[in-house]
Design a binder for this molecule. Structure first.
Ligand code: FAD
Length: 320
């Protein structure tokens, strides 16, 4: 990958950029699994205008960029990455607006913030997101959600996804232009969408009015269920593999039946609690996690003829 002339870019940004820009920024602390190397540039824009101008500058200078949410679905190479990483962390990107039966959320709002707001205002429809540690942007890109059979009997659908109640999205493209997308434009599928090359600025959702008590109770139910099957160690990136299509046996069950719970490579370990989680036991490296993922995939394939596909996104030279 071509080295970014970070200082030259920062000089060009001086005249317009109102946010924060840093060079040679470690990404380790920005991921939940606590693995990640150095990004040549790290930016926290202050507004859509700031962001748009920076994207135009990147386009002009051929600078590859990626957006990071809460880094809870990412495995990032622990070497150097010649990219610019953008984080929508300023107050502007944390705005929540409620107008009648529509809730507008900017891309940097965390799901925890969304749930607090939902409880305070008696808004129903987002309770199943309780305990998913991402942002609205990351959740939409991944179409985050839960498998209902594992959760509350009070909800009818078998999968609940963040896109279920989505009305429309506001995104920025690679030219720095702001576009509106409908739900069908976004191409949502199980744990995925067509949003990867866009920046999610915000989205509006249809809401159901309920009571503070009912929303708080349902959130509590979802959190309780999550506590029962999710590892307590916070250094993970959630489920590593997608469940195979068809709604039958889950990836976690296939890994467990392959007797891989607790299997370790270096400091990377298949969780003893939930076999589809890989835990960083302290100093796990990017390659240890990748090796463990390869090992799990080949064992499950050998035992059941199923090729598990990663749910987590990998950022390395090849994957960018
Ligand atoms: C303990 C734990 C439990 C979890 N449980 C679940 C679960 O039950 N269900 C589930 O679906 N997931 C789960 N996850 C995975 C993860 O939390 C979700 O996928 C989450 O939605 C990712 O959001 P994020 O902000 O962390 O995104 P990141 O991990 O930062 O990024 C994920 C992808 O989204 C992109 N992205 C992020 N923000 C934007 C934006 N504004 N615009 C454009 N692209 C963007 C990134 O470039 C990347 O491609 C879990 C993770 C952990 C650690």
């Amino acid at each position: 990958m071509k080295a970014i002339k970070a200082l030259d870019i920062i000089r060009e940004m001086e005249s317009f950029f109102k946010g924060i820009v840093q060079i040679n920024k470690s990404l380790c602390g920005y991921t939940s699994i606590k693995i990640g190397g150095i990004a040549a540039l790290f930016l926290e824009p202050q507004s859509n205008i700031d962001l748009g101008l920076v994207i135009q500058l990147f386009k002009l200078n051929n600078i590859p960029f990626r957006v990071i949410g809460n880094g809870t679905n990412l495995l990032i190479d622990d070497g150097r990455l010649e990219i610019a990483v953008i984080k929508l962390s300023s107050l502007f990107f944390k705005e929540i607006l409620l107008k009648e039966n529509v809730l507008y959320l900017r891309g940097g709002v965390t799901l925890a913030q969304l749930l607090n707001f939902s409880i305070k205002n008696g808004i129903s429809g987002f309770e199943f997101l309780a305990g998913i540690p991402g942002t609205v942007g990351g959740a939409l890109v991944m179409n985050a959600g839960v498998r209902n059979s594992l959760w509350a009997a009070r909800v009818e659908e078998s999968f609940l996804c963040v896109s279920d109640t989505l009305i429309e999205l506001e995104v920025m493209d690679g030219q720095g232009e702001i576009l509106k997308l409908t739900k069908s434009d976004a191409g949502f599928v199980y744990r995925g969408s067509k949003l990867n090359d866009l920046i999610v600025l915000g989205a509006s959702f249809k809401i159901k009015k309920s009571t503070i008590k009912n929303v708080a109770e349902l959130v509590k139910t979802f959190l309780k269920k999550r506590k029962m099957f999710q590892p307590k160690c916070s250094r993970s990136a959630g489920c590593v593999f997608k469940n195979p299509p068809g709604g039958g046996i889950s990836a976690g069950e296939l890994i467990e039946k392959s007797e891989l719970k607790g299997w370790r490579i270096g400091q990377a370990q298949v969780s003893e609690i939930h076999a589809n989680f890989i835990i960083n036991q302290g100093k796990a490296t990017f390659s240890q996690v990748c090796e463990l993922m390869d090992f799990v995939q080949s064992k499950v394939n050998q035992n059941f003829g199923v090729k598990l596909k990663p749910e987590i996104e990998i950022w390395n030279e090849q994957g960018l």
